[in-house]
Design a protein. Sequence first.
Length: 570
Amino acid sequence: MFCFQCEQTKSRRGCVTVGVCGKSAQVAALQDLLIYVLRGLAMHASRAMDMGLYESADCDLFVRKAMFSTLTNVNFDQDRFPEYIRQAVEYRDSIRSALQKAYENTGTPFPDVLNQGPAVWKPEKGYNDLEYLENEGHEVGVLEDQDIYGPDVNGVRYMTIYGIKGLAAYSVHAESLGEDDPLVSKFILQTLDFLETGDEADRHDLGINLQKALDVGTTNLRVMELLDRGHRKMFGIPTPTNVCTTPKEGKCILVSGHDMVDLHLLLQATENTGIHVYTHGEMMPAHMYPGLNKFKSLAGHFGGAWQNQRIDFATFPGPVLASTNCVIEPLKSYRERLYTLNDTGVHDVKHIDLHNPKHMASLLEHTNSLPGFDIKTAAKYEDKKFVVGFGREVILQHAEQVLQAVQNGDLRRICVIGGCDGSEHKRNYFTNLASSLPTQTLILTLGCAKYRINHLDFGTLGDTGIPRLLDMGQCNDSYGAIMVAKELAGALDTDINSLPLSISLSWFEQKAVAVLLSLLSLGVKNIKLGPVMPAFLTPGVRQALEDTYGIVPTDIRHPDDDMEDMMKGL
Ligand code: FSO
Ligand code: SF4
């Protein structure tokens, strides 16, 4: 195996025997094979679109869900991948038949590129032979492509693929909220096709590949806009809300991941049953939506960021649902209580669909068979005083006050410190950076990286009454932060880079790659990216990005120096 798609990759180079995340070599190879076959599907779909022959909302959603399954900490179940691969081959071949007929009818020869590689790959031994599929997957990964394209271009090509994975995941969330745009899938399929069959010189050109990666960022902005709209349409405008972290006596279920639709289904099913539902990790922003917070069964938040799940899940006295990333191989102590949903998977862990009434009923039955919280245990958890819900609407209500504070010198800088978190100790950098900021700053945070700073008391900004730390929501809510920046720039008749705004982005996996590419596609400069730079970017490419965008690694040992740079706008 070779995988370097996330920040925690082994020795800052790549995981080669087993993932730091726990992904086995077998699952890594199956995921590589899946991406390979999806590339073959895209080669056909892209041509079918050009000829007006492609109409498949089902296929569009399948491609995005299949890509979602390959994100870091989403699906570790080797038994799920043969089915994804089988479906990808089936969709590919049905588009292929339509294309073949069209070519026959016009008397044009079928393109040669569609008679090789991922365009025609089929399992000689069927889909049940995992070892065979694994061996096939070991032949079609990063290193094989690197032999063809060299490390610089290959790294950028993989940045494009990882960005597409991130935007695919976000668009699956948006779709479940009823928001979709066919242009998103069109972009995914055409870009995957370019990586496979684009003009040979273009495919080897660093500049053209960098532009493709930026195009991922532009499309991701559209996806985040859909997501923003979907959440608001379904659950209302986020409102500042105190989140209760002291559990209540009674039966309980914990929900982790990002999927508010799953949480909503669960809240509907548990209302007035006496079962309490708690959020974990990236689900905490659920409390900011009136349409979710109105449920009495939404009892509070339990635990910290995803990387604490082994402690948090082990001590939780009820079932735990992993709705999306980030899930990790469970400990024995809670394996029986863990459920995966959607494209998330862990081998031999129950996988359910909350839309299925039977699955929901058996989950509630399981909940009632477990102890839940008793008064004594519940009282041991102190209130952490988390406040969520500073969405773009709330912040922009105070735009005039904020701009006035900038003019008075009461507000010297708005610092975005957020993104995704990980378990490494060096991520304390973000805590230290935030703590070292002068009091004349506002800190916008989102994503699970908020847990590095949301336990600290930053007070309010001068006498404005505005809290200095404003939690905007999940990483899914990055669109809101971008809109705030755009609106403030508009009000000051300037551009984002001329605002007193600095960004320190904590990245971990491919959703963060998509968000980073969105920021770059908007021309945002001087982002500090950390805790370390992506392993898939070579020193040469990092330098090119620094030269063009001023993007630099966080100085993890010297957060004070970074703070001073940020205050100077560097
Ligand atoms: Fe975090 Fe995980 Fe939300 Fe990521 S829970 S790390 S970028 O999946 O998506 O912020
Ligand atoms: Fe390694 Fe990250 Fe890939 Fe897991 S997802 S195998 S930790 S690079």
